[in-house]
Design a protein around this ligand. Structure first.
Ligand code: FPP
Length: 248
């Protein structure tokens, strides 16, 4: 691995989003442009994640949600699916202690039932171990789909006997996988694609989007800083004429 260059101080950011969500796109193209297999791109993307987590802590972002494996990704070739599962397991095995020591709280959104039992246990243990940490919530979307999340919420609302007149936005939010997590202020998508791809479709109603052509493995601290500066310039009005809130 290349030695990391010394961290240069950056001008403070005026308005820091509390919650950033990222569609980490472009690993495959990053690998292809180097004549490498797709999994090498995912591994490079995983290394980059470490850097971005650190940068989020540095910039005082409180929640980082990453789209790491979608409900649709099961349709990829089996060696890629298995490779991604191994990467997740490896990250938990190798990085959990350090993340825990740095005060990172892990959350999982999506369904765990299709994962192999060993990996499922590791995810649950990581969530349990880190549940009292408060530096950064790292929310991993794994086997996650926005439509699947809404179906799951409807099933649970019905199972709990909720009456039609009791349904409110707040109640529905509390039935989402993201319960307790504020909606994302900023969603970043790397590699220039302009699609939602079934990501946080309920929660992103008023999120700001930032699309960059940079491929995910190259999306470094400076790129994150640029995204945060762009967010700082946005005028969030939530459908009104003024934002009604000094901070947003
Ligand atoms: C999209 O790029 C990326 C993915 C589907 C996987 C992202 C997963 C990781 C970075 C693994 C690390 C995550 C954790 C939590 C350990 P793509 O493959 O669709 O890229 P392409 O559009 O260039 O082909």
């Amino acid at each position: 691995m290349m030695p990391e260059s010394p961290i240069q101080p950056l001008e403070p950011i005026q308005k820091v989003p509390r919650h950033i969500a990222i569609v980490m796109d472009g690993n495959g193209r990053w690998a292809a442009s180097r004549g490498l297999p797709r999994l090498a791109g995912h591994r490079a993307g995983t290394e980059n994640l470490r850097r971005v987590i650190r940068a989020c802590v540095e910039f005082n972002v409180k929640v980082l949600t990453i789209y790491a494996f979608s409900t649709e990704n099961w349709g990829r070739p089996s060696d890629e699916v298995e490779g991604l599962m191994m990467i997740l397991e490896d990250v938990i095995d190798r990085e959990l202690d350090e993340l825990h020591a740095e005060g990172v709280r892990l959350r999982h959104i999506g369904r765990l039932d299709r994962l192999n039992p060993r990996l499922r246990e590791k995810v649950l243990n990581a969530v349990e171990l880190t549940k009292n940490n408060d530096q950064l919530v790292l929310c991993i979307a794994w086997n996650y789909g926005g439509r699947d999340e809404i179906i799951c919420a409807i099933q649970n609302l019905i199972a709990d006997g909720i009456k039609p007149e009791q349904i409110s936005e707040e109640l529905v939010s509390n039935y989402m996988f993201t319960v307790g997590i504020p909606d994302p202020d900023l969603i970043i998508r790397t590699s220039g694609e302009m699609r939602i791809s079934n990501f946080l479709i309920w929660q992103s109603a008023y999120s700001e989007w930032y699309i960059t052509p940079t491929l995910w493995p190259d999306f470094n601290r400076e790129e994150l800083y640029k995204a945060l500066q762009a967010y700082s310039q946005r005028d969030r009005r939530f459908g009104k004429l003024t934002n009604g809130c000094e901070k947003d």
